[in-house]
Design a protein around this ligand. Structure first.
Ligand SMILES: [Zn+2]
Ligand SMILES: [Zn+2]
Length: 295
């Protein structure tokens, strides 16, 4: 996926939902940063299909065993730009961002500190060093890792075959699903916003806790219905993911754009008491704590 097209998709979506243009400005800025980025010396992971499969069969996402995936200078501009933007939005975290910048400059923190680990975004080291809240660390991870990880996994994507991976985390980077798509053939595909990966997953199962009890899974639909969109929430683990049925809305945008552009569904889910592991678009807009950065 060319990152430049995401910016155009975002414009299209805002034309459809102009009411969000002001509150979601920061996401347009993030996409601008991505479109301007170019890799310093990053090369795609060169593992063969068999080398990938060996990890997947052990339920290990590739990033966890991949050799030093992203170099400091491949992430620095993206992260620096995002931190500046965050400082403008949230004066209350300026000191914490300063501590993060200092730790980064002296090499105490690097890109791996933002990589997903089981159950959370990042290793926890950024929070410990800077004092930033987990949802803001997650925002920094989501706002900066995508371009380099897209390049890094460009060759590995083709190696994912139908039945080799049935977990609710991304087989490439280990991140949680950020959005769910029902494809033309009726199957479900979960999308990872951290690396841009996608993988098939059962529609009868909660991606977060794996429950298959149908009474645990609820569909929430906002009052002013947007055809094809629904929130899938789980009563057992109290987590939700937004879903778009592409058979109903065939002209939808990429999963990331559809997710960022539908904060009204996050409100519905969160008012009903559900949370999501990936920062919701309303988190920054409201300065609220709607995502924990952990799941
Ligand atoms: Zn991923
Ligand atoms: Zn669940």
């Amino acid at each position: 996926m060319a990152l430049g097209t995401l910016r155009a998709e975002w414009e299209d979506l805002l034309e459809r939902r102009p009411a969000f243009r002001t509150t979601l400005t920061v996401y347009g800025d993030v996409l601008d940063h991505w479109a301007r980025w170019s890799p310093a010396r990053l090369a795609p992971l060169a593992w063969s299909a068999q080398e990938c499969r060996q990890r997947w069969e052990r339920s290990v996402p590739l990033l966890r065993e991949a050799p030093s995936a992203i170099a400091v200078d491949d992430l620095e501009d993206l992260l620096g730009g995002l931190m500046e933007r965050l400082a403008e939005l949230r004066e209350d975290v300026a000191a914490a961002l300063q501590r993060l910048a200092e730790a980064w400059d002296r090499g105490a923190l690097g890109p791996e500190a933002l990589f997903p680990t089981p159950g959370r975004i990042g290793s926890g080291a950024v929070e410990a060093t800077s004092g930033l809240a987990p949802e803001l660390v997650a925002f920094l991870a989501y706002g900066s890792l995508r371009p380099p990880l897209e390049v890094y996994f460009a060759s590995a994507r083709a190696h994912l075959s139908e039945h080799v991976w049935n977990l609710g985390v991304c087989p490439f980077c280990g991140g949680p699903p950020g959005f769910s798509d029902v494809l033309e053939d009726g199957r479900r595909r979960l999308a990872c916003h951290l690396c841009g990966g996608g993988w098939p997953y059962s529609r009868m199962k909660c991606p977060f806790c794996g429950t298959e009890q149908s009474q645990d899974l609820v569909r929430l639909e906002p009052e002013d219905q947007d055809k094809g969109y629904v929130v899938i929430a789980c009563r057992r683990c109290h987590t939700y993911v937004k879903e778009l049925d592409r058979r109903v809305r065939w002209n939808g945008q990429s999963a990331l754009i559809e997710d960022w552009g539908s904060p009204h569904f996050d409100l519905v889910a969160q008012r009903a008491g559900y949370r999501r592991p990936v920062p919701a678009p309303i988190t920054l807009a409201t300065g609220g704590q709607s995502a924990s950065g952990m799941w």
